[in-house]
Design a protein. Structure first.
Length: 329
């Protein structure tokens, strides 16, 4: 592991300045992803700026009935929070489906959103990988791509975002609050991520030195139901092969609101926007659901070993919404 310096500032402005001052500096949350990558040589920062003492570890209700989650709130604390469990079950379930109890005790909200892909080539520094070493090539296309993207990928990279939290936040229309050298800004969680295009090394639109300070959830509709389902190779302690986060509001047997995001399909959570539009105002019956998600996934471009993800994504979405609709009837 490369030698690095370590600083533990006490306020966000000092942390931002410390990272912005050096291109080789980066923020350290729980360290469960970053330190792993440093050990493997896939990340080589010269300076770590620990952000776990900035006072960003509160979960607070907002005046409009939503929730503001500090960037360094631990995944286990967030999953156990009474308001999250009662009003945002999709979020609690997504968090509890991730990693292990020990990891969730360390992992932070922002760190989870910014963890890097689990593509096996990314972690092996003796092999080419455009994301780790731009211009070196992408061996995954002709190699191990069973867990990788089927939509939104490019010739440069077919990696997926591996996390569960971002998928739930995408279905909840969460906003990410950021502070950087040029001041504060806020983004819809989906706009935080970028598709690979010809710059796969850049996972997000964050500029160097920008710090995520919080995630803000809008208030849930009184009648809405939500859940998270994850398909994985083991019952626990495994990343998603595919996952779905769904929020559904049905009134008098008609869909008033529906929001669906898949994990494991792309470099970002994938919102099923056209299926959502097709379902609003209609009965949530199996035929309508199947047709909506079939159309949604018609543009998918799977590779030989991950083509199974397309029908799996459709079935997972259909059955998850049927389950939610059943709970509401
Ligand atoms: C064996 C194993 C299994 C796992 N399984 C799952 C799983 O099933 N589902 C899942 O979702 N995750 C899983 N994980 C990943 C784990 O959840 C992440 O490692 C963790 O969430 C990262 O959070 P952290 O606080 O430790 O981030 P760190 O490792 O500290 O940081 C990650 C990145 O985020 C940046 N960063 C951190 N905070 C900020 C901030 N506030 N602003 C700007 N940049 C910031 C860091 O600079 C770094 O680049 C697994 C990990 C392991 C090791
Ligand atoms: S898919 Fe992306 S992360 Fe994986 S080898 Fe190709 S460029 Fe690297």
């Amino acid at each position: 592991m490369r030698t690095f310096s370590y600083a533990r500032p006490g306020d966000p402005a000092t942390a931002v300045a410390a990272v912005a001052d050096s291109l080789e500096a980066c923020f350290l949350g729980g360290g469960t992803n970053l330190v792993d990558l440093m050990r493997l040589g896939a990340a080589r920062p010269a300076a770590l700026v620990d952000i776990t003492h900035l006072g960003l570890d509160d979960v607070e209700e907002t005046p409009d009935g939503g929730l503001r989650i500090g960037a360094t709130v631990r995944n286990s604390d967030l999953a156990a929070h009474a308001v999250v469990r009662a009003r945002y079950p999709v979020l609690a379930r997504a968090l509890l489906s991730g990693a292990s109890g020990q990891l969730r005790n360390m992992a932070t909200t922002a760190g989870n959103l910014l963890q890097r892909t689990r593509c096996v080539y990314f972690q092996q520094i003796d092999l080419p990988c455009n994301k780790r070493d731009p211009g070196s090539g992408c061996p995954a296309r002709d190699g191990e791509h069973r867990d990788l993207a089927v939509v939104g990928h490019s010739p440069s990279c077919i990696a997926t975002h591996p996390g569960d939290l971002a998928v739930a936040l995408a279905a909840l229309d969460a906003q990410v609050q950021i502070v950087g050298p040029d001041g504060p800004r806020a983004l819809h969680v989906l706009d935080l991520y970028r598709l690979p295009g010809d710059r796969p090394q850049q996972d997000t639109v964050l500029q160097h030195g920008e710090l995520i300070t919080a995630v803000v959830l809008p208030p849930p509709a009184a009648n809405a139901r939500s859940t998270y389902r994850k398909v994985r190779d083991r019952a626990s302690f495994a990343f998603a092969v595919l996952s779905v986060a769904a929020v559904l509001e049905v009134r008098e047997d008609v869909v008033v609101d529906v929001r669906v995001a898949w994990g494991g399909l792309a470099a970002k959570p994938w919102r099923a926007r056209s299926a959502e539009a097709a379902l609003r105002g209609h009965r949530p019956g199996i035929d309508a659901l199947q047709a909506a998600f079939e159309t949604e996934l018609a543009e998918a471009e799977p590779l030989p070993d991950n083509a199974f993800k397309v029908p799996l994504a459709r079935r997972l979405a259909v059955h998850t919404l049927l389950e939610l609709a059943g709970e509401q009837s």
